[in-house]
Design a protein around this ligand. Structure first.
Ligand code: MF3
Ligand code: CO
Ligand code: CO
Length: 264
């Protein structure tokens, strides 16, 4: 399988718009942090993000009505891997939660997610899982430059998860992003597979890396609501996501947060 990645290269004008959309998505994750506390419901977090995106950022929450998704952000708690639907259940001290934000501004998308600790009673094993998952993302990002291939990125991420006795989810992947939320034919797997092509990255490509790292098995299943993805063994899962731009000599993290000190 070989993909002609050149078809996904963005023009300078598109890149300008991607930078703006990326920064706005990052602002949502910065804004919501202080509200992720025990007792809050994921619906309350959803509504706060929605109002901020629409009223403060003058942007559109991409998940809302995307293929029938009913809310403005995804909230994935503990053993939920991704695509959790915000609901009225209060968060508990000790929960870990991923909030995944995608905004559309001026026709372009910014997509990013991070883990939050709910309260001060986080099991050290869950803390470690979150930190390793973030390191998986950062190890992937550190490889992004012209010439690197997607196969290598997937392998490095899965190998690092495995070295920490975790697994990397295979059923969901990163994606090319721009005027489309998920670019057809531009997938970023977080594991190695003989079928993954080794086409080198090119300057001007914009895509996400968003590893989902499980404490137990990589196997997942989708709940009857058709969205919520959970681990098959109900062990916890952690995910971090950034939108990236390949530059001439590396990459820019379009969704970088102020609090983030980028280290491997
Ligand atoms: N934000 C997710 C991603 O990283 C996609 C969510 S699709 C939704 O690709 F419909 F659940 F919002
Ligand atoms: Co994404
Ligand atoms: Co996302």
């Amino acid at each position: 399988m070989s993909v002609d990645l050149s078809q996904f290269i963005k023009s300078p004008d598109e890149i300008k718009k991607m930078r703006v959309a990326g920064r706005k998505a990052a602002q949502v994750l910065e804004m919501i942090e202080t509200y992720v506390i025990p007792g809050v419901t994921t619906n309350e977090l959803n509504n706060r993000c929605h109002d901020y995106i629409v009223n403060d950022l003058n942007a559109i929450p991409a998940p809302l009505n995307y293929r029938g998704f009913p809310k403005s952000v995804c909230t994935s708690v503990n053993h939920v891997v991704c695509h959790g639907i915000p609901n009225d259940k209060p968060l508990k001290n000790g929960d870990i939660i991923n909030i995944d934000v995608t905004v559309i501004y001026d026709g372009y998308h910014g997509d990013t997610s991070r883990m939050y600790f709910v309260g001060d009673k986080i099991n050290p094993l869950n803390k470690r899982l979150c930190h390793v998952a973030q390191a998986c993302l950062y190890k992937g990002i550190n490889l992004v430059k012209p010439g690197t291939d997607l196969k290598t990125i997937g392998k490095v991420i899965a190998d690092y998860a495995k070295a920490n006795h975790y697994s990397s989810v295979k059923d969901y992947c990163g994606h090319g992003i721009g005027s489309e939320f998920h670019e057809d034919g531009f997938q970023v797997l977080h594991y190695d597979h003989p079928g993954v092509d080794s086409t080198p990255l090119l300057p001007g490509l914009t895509f996400t890396i968003e590893p989902m790292i499980n404490a137990g098995t990589f196997k997942v299943k989708t709940m009857p609501d058709q969205w919520t993805v959970i681990t098959k063994d109900r062990k916890p899962s952690a995910q971090w996501e950034h939108t990236l731009l390949v530059t001439d000599d590396g990459c820019d993290i379009l969704t970088l947060r102020q609090e983030e000190s980028f280290v491997e």
